[in-house]
Design a protein around this ligand. Structure first.
Ligand code: MAV
Length: 326
């Protein structure tokens, strides 16, 4: 109604003025998922911790279910300092702004969860963070993730032969397509919110994803075969627009950084322990069929020259070696 609209406008103005008076500050977040997904739970933890660490009042306006689009849209919003202030984005979805950032997200980068955790708990990735800040004005305030990505397809993929020519969606970073092309699959970069339809209409036969995404967006309805390639342990930065961050009072900046780091630890623990549980739950419910992938050794061999070439092209060979040596 008109009354509501007017009230809404008054409230919005009050909030904006509040920001100038260091009273209530509104931070808007975005998620592609509903309340049950680990990213959303991590955001809720972040909100709680910011409030705990900060004396003033912060209003969190978290928009769920892709109301504000998908991660590749968020990147543009954050860079321009419009529409959203904080979110979680796969590094490969930020390639368009900072070509080196997907390095932290490439298939077979980490040997196991222990290696992944060691790298994320170290300062190894600082140079990539700096580049993201410089090129995209996006600030990483913590690292969550910990899901294991597998092939999700409308047919069982057991070996290299099944994988040959397999039409699959990958995230929009060239390194992702390069890796799956090296495996002899037929990768295509498609927006995440178009994947379900693209499989349903036969444009592609599958994607690659971790359990949390498959469950939350019901990809199993169109692609019920999960081939356990375990090719990626996810790294998912919690990010804030630099334009937002610089506007915050100093004590809130400090609270945001602390809350970002602690919420990330919470999110990593949650997702890495939940991943296998969610897979089992979907399998038990008859939603997915778990397929053993017999030729994982061959993937491991094929990926190395692709990783090396990508790092060399970015001048990041030393960084890649440092990650491998961790
Ligand atoms: C999963 O839902 C998450 O890793 C998310 O961060 C990615 O954007 C998405 O997959 C994807 O494949 O684009």
């Amino acid at each position: 109604s008109t009354t509501k609209m007017v009230l809404g406008a008054v409230c919005a103005t009050a909030l904006t003025l509040g920001m100038a008076n260091a009273e209530a500050i509104t931070l808007r977040g975005a998620s592609m998922f509903d309340e049950d997904h680990t990213f959303t739970k991590t955001f809720r933890k972040f909100e709680e911790l910011v409030q705990e660490n900060y004396d003033g009042e912060v209003i969190f306006d978290l928009r769920l279910n892709s109301e504000l689009g998908v991660e590749k849209d968020y990147v543009t919003f954050l860079q321009q300092g419009v529409a959203i202030d904080y979110t979680i984005i796969a590094p490969s979805n930020m390639a368009i702004m900072a070509p080196s950032i997907p390095l932290m997200d490439m298939p077979f980068l980490f040997r196991d969860l222990e290696h992944w955790d060691a790298v994320l708990s170290s300062k190894t990735l600082t140079s990539l963070e700096d580049e993201l800040m410089e090129k995209a004005d996006i600030k990483i305030i913590g690292y969550t993730g910990g899901g294991v990505r597998n092939l999700v397809a409308n047919k069982p993929i057991k070996n290299m032969e099944d994988l040959a020519g397999h039409k699959m969606r990958v995230m929009g970073a060239p390194i992702q397509a390069q890796v799956f092309a090296a495996f002899n699959a037929s990768p295509a970069a498609i927006a995440y919110n178009e994947v379900y339809n693209a499989i349903q209409t036969g444009v592609i036969s599958g994607l690659e994803n971790e359990a949390a995404g498959v469950e939350n967006l019901k990809f199993y309805e169109v692609a019920p075969y999960i081939s356990q390639t375990a090719h990626t342990i996810t790294v998912r930065p919690i990010v804030m627009s630099g334009k937002t961050f610089r506007k915050l009072p100093e004590d809130l900046q400090a609270a945001v950084l602390k809350a970002g780091a602690d919420a990330a630890t919470f999110g990593r623990e949650l997702e890495s322990t939940q991943d296998g549980i969610i897979l089992k739950k979907m399998a038990d419910a008859g939603q997915i069929n778990l397929i053993e992938f017999e030729d994982r050794d061959q993937l491991l061999e094929l990926v190395v020259p692709v990783q090396d070439a990508y790092a060399a092209e970015l001048g990041a060979t030393e960084l890649l070696e440092a990650i491998r040596a961790t």
